[in-house]
Design a protein around this ligand. Sequence first.
Ligand code: CMC
Length: 429
Amino acid sequence: MANTATLEIEGKKYEFPLIEGTEKEVAIDIKTLRGATGGYITLDSGYKNTGSCESAITFLDGEKGILRYRGYSIEELAEKADFLEVAYLLIFGELPTSEQLEKFHSDIKAHSVVDDDVKKILDAFPKAAHPMGVLSSLTSALTAFNPESVNVDSEEDMYNAIVRLLGKLPILVAWAMRKKKGLPLYYGDSSLGYVENILKMMFKQPNEDKYVQNPILVNALDKLLILHADHEQNCSTSTVRITGSSHAGLFASISAGISALWGPLHGGANQAVLEMLEAIKEDGGDTKKYMAKAKDKSDPFRLMGFGHRVYKNFDPRARIIKVAADEVLADLGVTDPILDIAKGLEQEALNDEYFVKRKLYPNVDFYSGIIYRAMGIPVEMFTVMFALGRLPGWIAQWREMRLRKEPIGRPRQLYIGETERSFKSISER
Ligand code: CMC
């Protein structure tokens, strides 16, 4: 492989080093571009061709449909690991031993409390508030109750901040849902596994002595959380890294990530998929009509849950989740007309020239909402569940960014506004 790239501007040549990653991906290192060329920058809206960092956490090959956390394939992790093991792997780089995992879990449990005053903040939100707004606000509010800043040069400090967040966020998630459903808040059960406890915190009814776990649901949620746990430099993760790059705290950085995840082009897609399927059902179930709308460039409608910025092949997470969705629906005996519409749309899109040509396949969010709905999770909570799964990835990326002492994120721009002009007083305008 050549080790430099040459850029020619007005007859003058500039050399830039090529850097190769462990999976043979190659980047042109343009760190010296502005200085060397006297001010030229690159322009890349949406960062479609821009590597923002070097990272050792997640490898993704969108053309081949490969996703690996720390070298382990998503298929193997979804089948053999549990969410907490995956969280440890993502954050610290290696699978935990049983002692490490046990300590990790008990340290998380030790922090599975939220200051009672946080309840007052939750109370102040209207019942109709979107739980993503609630979650992002409460996560940010945690800073007020845990004001000491993390010394990133201390492994112990870093570890404590991480287990604290992993302990507290599920409580906020469960509370956001209980508030929506009008249920009293509940703290959870430290005798349970991480995911089992989340289910109990969300679903335990006030009149219920014993909450009975359904192993199929525990397994499905565990898988869903694993599949969402990291996805390299996506919109919310980049937001977490860029927020943290100003040395804002961990809670503040994660809160920013939750806000970025909220949008329908990113994590909000799972809610948007369900709403779209409902709308198609209400409209008589004519999938062809909606396929035509999705292809019509004068119509803003898009098939939610289809397409991905990096996967130009089947999203490997979608394959796994599709099987899990079938299992959950069979176990719960759910026959959902929404599912038939989903399957119909999927078949049509996979055989449609517009979708095939643009390599638009179903993504992870096309199926996740179907499982969440069958589990009894309200539609507005779907993106919150995504945030819960993505938490270890955000933490891992924040930790990596701080340990590598990355500089503050601060892109350039190409200014296209007015050139200098003189101020006119109001009577002259
Ligand atoms: N329905 C119809 N047409 C689409 C769709 C869609 N869902 N997605 C992309 N296209 C078309 C788009 O109109 C464009 O056509 P043309 O080349 O003729 O102009 C072409 O495909 C390329 O699309 P793009 O918008 O340039 O691609 P992008 O990489 O900027 O956007 C995306 C990726 C995920 C935002 C987009 O595919 C989309 O809006 N999908 C629906 C929302 C969705 O499901 N998002 C969840 C992503 S998975 C969860 C996560 O990881 O965040």
